[in-house]
Design a protein around this ligand. Structure first.
Ligand code: SF4
Length: 412
């Protein structure tokens, strides 16, 4: 079903929805569209919206309110960048799913494409909102696409992919379908799963998507995670810790965005700050250092720069002469050292207090990062002999005109 069609249906019932009405509408959407598909998949990131979706669907299936598909697979998108309390909750929920006999597939990017390895090993600058938004596709969408392709090869037929996209009633009423995960309250990746996956190579025509919580307000999500899902009658799920991670009682008011630790695209680290206000998680305070590190690494002195016009493979010139490029080896090693120090500091405090350890970069990832640096790896299109971004150069314009610098470094 298209999101637009689903939106139209929800728009009709978009008066101030109460919890039971919200669940009822969710049930109806699954009753209406579920039976057309023998195989269902749930795209789950461990964040609030997709966890509410996952646990609610399990309850609806367990109580016979919706008919069971022939197969149900849960695809856990493990970015390796999740906030610690959420990663721990996800582990618990996976145990609870396995107890129910539900298949879980942990979906991860291949080693060289993981966030830390890509930046610190391959030298690609941290993502930003403008020119370089590579992360969501690379650590969430592409691995999910690949996992689905493999799944489809195994079953034949098609899959109904259920996502945690949530717009809230007012957005639905106004038909403001906002897919951006930079928006407060949204869960990074879910909108992309909804829009991008059905058209992906090898999936087109074989994948339908459904967002059964599209109409839920954020307070319903907190209510479900904190009070309903943990209750015996709704499945005894370990979801309370997810809501608590976002602020316990305050969570009701908090329209928290769900995403990676230190996400360079988020304005503020609201989720991390909320976690740190809980004395149990206060030992994770060094994680505050990650976001400023990504910002620092985007500065010119840590990057190479194309000195002039750049000739592309097709014989034309790149539109942005003298663009900044990859991270120098020194910058990558500095970043690696900084992340490992943050990890050590958290884990020393964790051991002293008997709290869970964190794992920002594991041994295998560290070894691969060092290997890529030692092999002098540069991203495609870069040789490593370009000047760094802080070297003063003659200005080159896109039409090839050159404005010589007024003062050379020797003059300074
Ligand atoms: S949460 Fe931020 S860093 Fe992580 S994938 Fe989304 S946009 Fe990228």
């Amino acid at each position: 079903m298209s999101l637009q069609l689903q939106t139209d249906i929800f728009a009709e019932g978009a008066q101030r929805l109460q919890m039971t009405e919200s669940i009822e509408l969710t049930t109806q959407s699954l009753q209406a569209y579920g039976p057309d598909h023998e195989h269902w998949g749930i795209a789950w990131s461990g964040g609030k919206d997709s966890t509410a979706t996952l646990t609610l669907i399990c309850w609806l299936l367990d109580t016979g309110k919706i008919a069971r598909p022939k197969t149900l697979a849960v695809f856990y998108a493990d970015t390796r960048q999740e906030l610690t309390p959420l990663a721990i909750s996800a582990e618990r929920i996976m145990d609870e799913l396995r107890e129910r006999g539900i298949t879980i597939e942990v979906v991860r990017a291949p080693m060289d494409k993981r966030f830390m390895v890509y930046i610190l090993g391959r030298g690609v600058p941290p993502p930003n909102n403008n020119t370089l938004r590579w992360c969501t596709r690379q650590i969430k969408i592409d691995p999910m696409e690949e996992a689905l392709r493999q799944r489809l090869d195994g079953i034949g037929g098609n899959i109904l992919m259920i996502t945690g996209v949530r717009q809230g009633e007012s957005a639905i009423r106004d038909r403001r379908i906002e897919m951006s995960c930079g928006k407060d309250g949204a869960e990074c990746g879910q909108g992309w799963y909804q829009q991008v996956l059905p058209n992906a190579r090898g999936l087109k025509g074989r994948l339908a998507t459904l967002a059964p919580l599209l109409h839920w307000r954020v307070c319903h999500v907190w209510e479900w995670l904190r009070h309903w899902a943990p209750a015996e009658e709704f499945g005894d799920w370990s979801t309370r810790a997810i809501a608590d991670a976002y602020g316990g009682d305050e969570a009701e008011e908090l329209n928290a965005r769900t995403g990676c630790i230190g996400c360079p695209l988020a304005q503020e680290e609201k989720a991390l700050e909320t976690v740190l206000r809980n004395p149990q998680w206060a030992y994770l305070a060094p994680l505050r250092g990650i976001k400023p590190l990504w910002r620092e690494l985007r500065e010119p002195q840590h990057r190479l720069r194309k000195p002039g016009l750049e000739l592309l493979k097709d014989g034309s010139f790149a539109k942005n002469p003298q663009r900044l490029g990859p991270l120098t080896f020194e910058a990558r090693l500095m970043g690696l050292d900084r992340i490992l120090s943050i990890q050590d500091e958290c884990n020393r405090a964790a051991r002293a207090a008997g709290r869970p350890l964190i794992n920002l970069i594991d041994d295998e990832e560290e070894a691969r990062i060092r290997e890529l640096i030692a092999a002098e790896t540069w991203p495609q299109g870069w040789e490593g002999d370009e000047p760094t971004g802080d070297v003063i150069l003659d200005v080159v314009y896109a039409n090839g005109a050159v404005q010589p610098r007024l003062f050379s470094e020797e003059d300074a």
